[in-house]
Write a protein that binds this ligand. Sequence first.
Ligand SMILES: NC(=O)c1ccc[n+]([C@@H]2O[C@H](COP(=O)([O-])OP(=O)(O)OC[C@H]3O[C@@H](n4cnc5c(N)ncnc54)[C@H](O)[C@@H]3O)[C@@H](O)[C@H]2O)c1
Length: 426
Amino acid sequence: MKVTVIGTGFVGVVSAAIYASFGNEVIGLDIDENKIKLLEKGQVPFYEPNLQDLLLEQQAGGNLKFTTSYEEAIKEAEVIIIAVGTPSAPDETADLRYVFASAKSLAPYIKENAIVVIKSTVPPDTLEQTIAIIKEVTNTKFYGASLPEFLREGSAVHDTMNPDRIVIGAEDDFVFSKLEELHSSLKAPVVRCRIASAQMAKYTANSYLATRITFINEIANLCEKNGADINEVIQAIGYDKRIGPQYWYPGLGYGGSCFPKDVKELAAYSRSVGESGNLLNHVNEINKERIHRLLEKFAAEIGGFANKTVAVLGLSFKPNTDDMREAPSTKIIPYLSEQGATIRSYDPMAKYVALPTDHQEQFSTIQEACENVDVILSVIEWPEIVGFDFGTVKNNKEQFFIDCRNQFDAEKLKGQGYKYFGIGRG
Ligand SMILES: NC(=O)c1ccc[n+]([C@@H]2O[C@H](COP(=O)([O-])OP(=O)(O)OC[C@H]3O[C@@H](n4cnc5c(N)ncnc54)[C@H](O)[C@@H]3O)[C@@H](O)[C@H]2O)c1
């Protein structure tokens, strides 16, 4: 099958490489010339485990090409997959301008019976608007579909090869069959549904997971008032099959390229349809304040951050990615800087681009970042950080260890001389 993926970001590159690995002829298209130049040379422009090898393999096999030319990418394509970004607009709705721009650009070249598929996360009604934009330019008969993407950065290749389900929103049997055929190499249930249901399913999944994080943080706040330990509470509730032991992350709240913007969009959507009391509005507000609230609490516990040297460990929004979109570090470092702290940061992959006023320096090892600091702030649970022996960097002065993800053995750190603070450990 001839497939074109528009937008070669995280989702686009992973999807293009995997569809190529199924034996399809795939073209990845982007307006970012630098990105396409790198991809043409077989270089992934971001860090994602296992993607580099897959990309090189598919390019060498001749199944995968990249271009900036809409004409070249669209004129033969049977399936056109839109995977451009949908960031938050200032009013917190999803900014759909890249989706609509791609529709306008592809329209002149679309071939008879091509299927335009939206993989980007978009609110209900977006596919209809996209189809209308294309129809303004061409009389060629084409179809539309929604194919939401559920991969997670950091395990994107694995997730795409082993999806929990494929969700296809469409109106025609031809479209369902063709998109099922495209995914026939995967062993996953296919949910055939209405277009609006497919679009809502993606927002529902992300909003539910974000709400679960917010929920356990709210419980962690209460544990701190009464001597309970949130990790023990999670273990206790996890045995209940209705609740389950997985996906409990008490900590700094949710971040990253998707959850914040998707909750914001669904909250904004709820307001636009007269449901302004919707729970997601509260989840959004709680999460926005979460990091500041915790930093203020930690500051009170350690006598303030002013004039302290702080090691900030883990800058990306989660382990195994260099993605800094809505990463906690992007709020923590400016806060510490404002408080008058000196920051020594470390991340295995991500880079923090400091403001000129920041007293912040990034180091290439954990040892260097922790050298003679007053506070160690472990933000993201990269295995390398969690596995590090902090006894080797303990000095003779009073030192605080702030464990933002409850990843460490509190007793061990206390035994090494640190004053330990975690989340929801009363
Ligand atoms: N990143 C994730 O983990 C993830 C997971 C599931 C779903 N999604 C959704 O997938 C979509 C893409 O996310 P992403 O993280 O890959 O985005 P991204 O920002 O990494 O990449 C988007 C790409 O689209 C390109 N682009 C923008 N306008 C274009 C145009 N008119 N023509 C061609 N290319 C254009 C950009 O140059 C960029 O390379 C979003 O809607 C997102 O919500 C993302």
